[in-house]
Design a protein around this ligand. Structure first.
Ligand code: 13P
Length: 255
């Protein structure tokens, strides 16, 4: 896979719609030169329609940070596939470790959410990754295997060309502690093999596997040079146009 994919996860930022639009203006200008990479931003749901409209017709796609598995009904506070689609989004992050940690997300809810995304023609960015404790007790591959196999179970045919995986070790998120390129590559290779063994060779070959966890301008190029790292899911550094553009530039140069 030669074309890198760089997505920004804004999480619960910024505070106001005005600040969000200001960031979009800066991003539009800073990202305009990059034509070889795929770029997406995933802002909070309240500003999605406005931001999707802003980036319409540009090189920047827009995604949601979560989706509910039902399309409508009595589910206070949730956002549905039809809503995300009609807001103008093309992507949706599913199973982020912060949702698993703080909001009770499980491999089973991730599975249902992937189905909902696919039903509405939204590209799911499915997040997996182990905690520090799990890495220290050397069960990280078992954890990631379980997250992927349970989340994708029974879906191999519809997933082809419709799946992005993000490997985000929990201990590297927001900590400034990035996985070394070797650690990340080893897990990405493992995920690739897992997809071949449990699903199909073609799913393994066509699914971009992004790395996430303290990706910054100064470590992006080294991560992107690894054979199985197809891009990044960027948190903190995606909230400043210059740092996000610098990461995208590294992706462009290796695409
Ligand atoms: P940071 O880049 O802030 O570590 O966050 C990574 C992440 O969680 C992206 O989804």
């Amino acid at each position: 896979m030669s074309k890198k994919f760089i997505a920004g996860n804004w999480k619960l930022n910024p505070d106001t719609g005005e600040q969000a639009i200001e960031l979009c203006w800066q991003l539009k200008i800073a990202l305009a030169p990059f034509v070889k990479v795929k770029i997406a931003v995933c802002p909070p749901s309240i500003v999605l329609p406005m931001i999707a409209e802003f980036f319409k017709g540009t090189n920047v796609a827009v995604g949601a940070q979560d989706i509910y598995w039902e399309d409508a009904g009595a589910f206070t506070g949730e956002i549905s596939g039809p809503m995300i689609k009609s807001a103008g989004c093309s992507h949706v992050i599913i199973g982020h470790s912060e949702r698993r940690q703080y909001f009770g997300e499980t491999n089973q809810t991730v599975h249902k959410k992937i189905n909902a995304a696919l039903r509405h023609n939204l590209l799911p960015i499915v997040c997996v990754g182990e905690t520090l404790e799990q890495r220290e007790s050397s069960v990280m591959k078992d954890i990631v295997r379980e997250q992927i196999v349970e989340a994708l179970s029974g879906m191999q045919d519809i997933l082809l060309g419709n799946l992005v995986i993000a490997y985000e070790p929990v201990w590297a998120i927001g900590t400034g502690k990035t996985a070394t390129p070797e650690q990340a590559q080893e897990m990405h290779r493992f995920i690739r093999e897992l997809l071949t063994e449990n699903f199909s060779e073609s799913l393994s070959e066509t699914t971009p596997i992004l790395y996430g966890g303290s990706v910054k301008a100064d470590n992006a190029a080294e991560l992107f040079s690894q054979p199985d790292i197809d891009g990044a899911l960027v948190g903190g550094a995606s909230l400043k146009a210059d740092s996000f553009a610098a990461i995208v530039k590294s992706g462009e140069e290796l695409s």
